[in-house]
Design a protein around this ligand. Structure first.
Ligand SMILES: [Zn+2]
Length: 422
């Protein structure tokens, strides 16, 4: 339910910090959950949509009604899932008019998901330093999630091994899950493969991240068309996008829907996009997949982190410089250092970030006063290269620098080699 205790002043303060679109984004996330969560019955679904209506009304403020029937219209049909015209412009996410909250299956889109997650990161950072006093109007969204909770559950001597397993094995058989020996809370991040990621008892692994791809079927029987796509847009764009013809009683067979995009020679070393090869249908029976939050915010950024680590370690072999991934229970994501123990000299300390909107990352850096762990570098995946100018400007205020994975790799290798020849 909407938190009535948030005063007008507090709401204004929050809107200044993160923009006014959060309530609307959450409302649509609540709707998406209401429509797709298999654990809800009809009454619970309806109740959740009514909650979402209350959130939208609160976001719009007095004098702007949001009718239940209008909201329900936005949840079905081809044009479903946008805010267009439903909310007054000042209560919509700024610059995000075209943001789709739900896809045509009523499923929360990756953009809406990332928007909500990133804004919550900014709010939490601001709350920690007392720059934000208002309470977030979060409804009882299923599985309201904190990245810190995931990392905290992995802490201990095998932290890097466990975290690596969440990156490399986002889907496992029940037997393989037992063999991973994850700490008990982390076992709960795995669940049955959800219905929107399967078709008649089969699922398909993304060729980039291995997580089950989203399946949708449109059209009437006889003329039905199926599509299968990774929820992470960059994976879909680089090739993880397929079609199939639904045929009763047959195992679905995929065809490529977009051409594989191959990286140029310079960007190949740390490339983590889709690779050629059409995935085969796998029975859902006996498999467990990571929940969406953990996949999106641990597996997805983890893939280029692990790749960068592997390549750096290989290229720096024999130089006396070590590379560590998630050292000391994740003080940084990556550490490049010379020497051991007390003598150790940090050369590069990196925080790896995969934000969909760089302005959210800028707001978070500003609230934290730089990187909380003391990293000197923000590194983003190569496909986020357009964020570098804005990040560089903000990083400069905190004595930090920003780079893409490939630029960082080259810079480190060159600088270590130069240091060695001096
Ligand atoms: Zn993927």
């Amino acid at each position: 339910m909407t938190d009535e205790r948030v005063s007008h002043g507090e709401k204004e303060q929050r809107d200044r910090l993160v923009g006014p679109g959060l309530d609307a984004t959450q409302a649509f996330a609540v709707c998406g959950d209401a429509l797709t969560n298999p654990s809800l019955d009809g009454a619970a679904r309806l109740e959740q949509i009514i909650d979402a209506q209350a959130l939208l009304m609160a976001a719009a403020g007095p004098g702007h009604g949001v009718r239940f029937s209008d909201l329900v219209d936005r949840l079905s049909g081809e044009e479903a899932g946008t805010l267009d015209g439903l909310m007054p412009s000042w209560a919509s996410p700024p610059g995000l008019d075209a943001l789709r909250f739900l896809d045509r299956d009523g499923f929360t889109t990756e953009d809406a998901y990332d928007y909500r997650y990133e804004v919550l990161q900014v709010i939490r950072a601001a709350q920690k330093v007392g720059k934000f006093y208002g309470r977030v109007t979060v409804t009882a969204l299923q599985g309201e999630y904190k990245q810190e909770t995931v990392y905290a559950s992995l802490k201990g001597a095998y932290y890097d091994v466990h975290r690596g397993n969440l990156v490399k094995h986002p889907v496992v058989t029940v037997d393989a899950l037992k063999k991973l020996k994850l700490p008990p809370p982390a076992m709960d991040y795995f669940a049955d493969i959800p219905s929107h990621m399967s078709y008649h008892g089969y699922w398909f692994a993304c060729p980039a991240c291995k997580w089950p791809m989203k399946v949708s079927v449109s059209g009437e029987r006889g003329r039905a068309a199926g599509s299968v796509e990774c929820l992470y847009p960059w994976h879909a764009e680089t090739g993880a996008s397929y079609i199939f013809t639904p045929t009763a009683g047959h195992v679905p067979e995929l065809d490529q829907a977009v051409e594989y995009r191959t990286p140029d020679a310079r960007h190949r070393a740390v490339y983590t996009g889709a690779v050629p090869g059409v995935p085969e249908a796998v029975p859902v029976e006996g498999y467990k997949a990571l929940m969406r939050d953990v996949w999106r915010y641990t597996t997805i950024p983890g893939l280029p982190e692990v790749r960068l680590f592997d390549v750096l370690r290989e290229r720096l072999e024999g130089t006396g410089v070590q590379v560590e991934l998630w050292p000391d229970n994740d003080v940084y994501d990556l550490l490049v250092a010379r020497g051991e123990g007390a003598e150790q000299q940090t050369l590069f300390a990196v925080d790896f970030k995969d934000y969909r909107w760089s302005n959210h990352l800028v707001s978070k850096l500003r609230a934290d006063g730089g990187d909380r762990g003391g990293a000197g570098w923000i590194v983003v995946p190569d496909h986020r290269a357009s964020q570098i100018p804005q990040l560089t400007e903000e990083c400069r205020r905190h004595g930090m620098r920003a780079a893409t994975a490939t630029d960082f790799l080259e810079l480190v290798v060159n600088s270590v080699r130069k240091g060695a020849s001096r």
